[in-house]
Each structure stands twice: as C-alpha cells, then as structure tokens.
Design a protein around this ligand. Structure first.
Ligand code: SF4
Ligand code: SF4
Length: 299
C-alpha cells in the first residue's frame, strides 16, 4: 500500500509529501515531533508516565519538553536546516488533546508563521469530538488515533481508568466511554475530510485476535491507514500494571495479525514508533542536533 496507484488523486495530493502516510515519501521527506503535551487524560496499562506516549513513540524514551514558543522556534530552526522537513507532529509525551492550550497555541503559531509545513497530531481520542473544530481551524490535515479495542470488555483489560467530566472513571464504563469517543471522533474527522490513521498496539493474549474487528470497524468509519504496532515490553519501559510479565508479540505474531487484516483498512508497515521529539527522515533521529541550547546558538 501507499503509492500513487492505489489511492484517489485528491488523497494522493495530501499524502505524497508525508513520510508517515506514503511508503514512497518516507525515503525523501522528513518529519519532526515537538514534545509540548505532557499531561494525559487516560491510563493505558502499557504506559509508563515518565516516558513518551506509546500512541506514536517508543515508551521508555524521554523527550525534551518544550513550551509552545520554544517549539515554534525549534521548528523554524529545523526547517531552515533540513529543507525536506515537510511535516510537524505533536505526539506527546502525553496526549496532545489533553493539553489543548499548549497544542493549539503551537499549531496556531505555525499555521501563521510557516504555512507550508503540514501539521498533524496524535491522540487517544477521548477528547477528540470536542476538539474537531479547533483541529480544522489550523488546517491540521492528518490525525492519528490510537484504538486498541472496539469491545469495552477487552478495553477494561487495557485501560484501568480515564479522566472524564472532572472525575476518574474505571472498568468497563471507562472503556465504553473511551470507545464511544474514539468512534465519534473518527466519524467527525472523516466527515470533515481530515485524513485519519489508526494506531493499534498488539498485546498478545488480550487484543491479538480482536484487532481484526478493530480493523473492520475503523475502515467502516473512513480510517485511511491502520498501523498495527507491537507492544514493546522491555523491563526499562516499566511493567504492565497488574499483569507483570506481559510480553510483546514476536515478529511472526505481528505479521500474522497484519496479514489477517489485509483487505481491511490499508495497513502501514513502515512506522518506526518514533519518539515525541524525533527529527529527520523516518528511521533517522537527529533530535540531538536540535536541542534548545543548540537552537539558541543558531539564532
Ligand atoms: Fe500513556 Fe499515551 Fe496511554 Fe496516555 S495515551 S496513558 S501517555 S500511552
Ligand atoms: Fe510516522 Fe510512525 Fe514515526 Fe509517527 S511514529 S512519525 S506515524 S513513523
């Protein structure tokens, strides 16, 4: 998947320079993430809050947190050094939409100061329906939602709680609310023409077979790509809450689920699970070249 031949021209226009959406583009165009969003509104069992959100990033890698002003400065510095940098994303280290002020201040300034850079964000989807208007206002044309289940019973094994309407909700009720917000958010984005990619974390014994149903449901609602990522379970990433020893999938298990989903939503197989402050081509990380002190020196 991911070439000019297998998608309508108006979609190809939107993805051809986007390394995460086009298999071809990812060799030629670069993306960067800025880590402006520290808070999160849910708890995933696989998350260790000290590190980056696994929506998009490898848990266990600490990113340099930035204010919106610092982030904009950094983006402009990187864009002048790396002309292939076409895409700016906000992917944590928490949830972009659980930090709406920081996320949208950054997006608004970039929309004004660097209108050629494409903007994208990733989210767990809980706050998505309420933010769709804001997303469209700054021309954010790509959104990633992490969806690990469409069955709240399974969700209750992945999410111990969510923070909703100023209170903590737990168990199946929490997973049901999260599920409803994810589906509603996806439908709203599709209706507005925002390209939406779904990330799913494959958790052996919990949602491995279920991801086929997730694939069917997100395709039905207009998801453009479905990216099935392995749970990364190394000791330094923290333990699975209440389920010590939860392992990640083998390469064969991952491929088996990806193959079983083929024919559903287009699958992305080149995602590198980049960190929340990644800079450069996919598979390359130049973030060390653009730390805040180095940007001050360049200015
Ligand atoms: Fe952690 Fe991301 Fe899950 Fe929030 S959405 S708990 S930051 S993995
Ligand atoms: Fe693209 Fe995946 Fe990296 Fe996000 S984590 S920038 S989707 S390759």
């Amino acid at each position: 998947s991911g070439g000019a031949d297998d998608m309508p021209p108006e979609i190809w226009e939107k993805v051809k320079n986007h390394p995460c959406y086009s298999e071809e583009a990812h060799h030629h165009y670069a993306r960067m993430h800025v880590a402006v969003a520290p808070a999160c509104n849910i708890q995933c069992n696989y998350c260790n809050r000290k590190y980056d959100c696994s929506n998009e990033s490898r848990p266990g890698v600490v990113s340099q947190k930035l204010t919106p002003d610092q982030a904009v400065k950094k983006v402009l510095a990187v864009a002048s050094e790396i002309p292939q940098m076409t895409v700016l994303g906000i992917a944590g280290p928490g949830d972009s939409l659980a930090n709406p002020k920081k996320t949208f201040d950054t997006m608004r300034m970039l929309h004004e100061q660097a209108p050629d850079i494409k903007l994208c964000l990733s989210t767990n989807g809980l706050a998505l329906p309420a933010q769709v208007d804001e997303i469209c206002k700054y021309n954010i044309d790509h959104v990633t939602i992490t969806i690990n289940m469409v069955d709240p019973e399974i969700g209750a094994r992945i999410y111990p709680w969510i923070f909703w309407n100023h209170r903590r909700v737990t168990g199946v009720e929490a997973a049901r609310i999260l599920h409803e917000q994810q589906m509603k958010g996806l439908e709203m984005l599709t209706a507005r023409g925002v390209l939406t990619k779904i990330n799913s974390v494959l958790i052996p014994g919990i949602n491995d077979e279920h991801l086929i149903e997730v694939n069917r449901e997100v395709k039905k609602r207009g998801a453009f790509l479905h990216n099935i990522m392995p749970l990364i379970s190394e000791p330094e990433h923290g333990t699975w809450f209440g389920l010590n020893g939860q392992r990640g999938p083998s390469a064969q298990e991952l491929k088996a689920v990806q193959d079983a989903c083929a024919g559903g939503a287009n699958l992305m197989r080149h995602c590198r699970q980049c960190r929340a402050d990644a800079v450069g081509l996919l598979g390359e990380d130049r973030s060390e070249e653009f730390t805040l002190d180095k940007i001050e020196e360049m200015a």
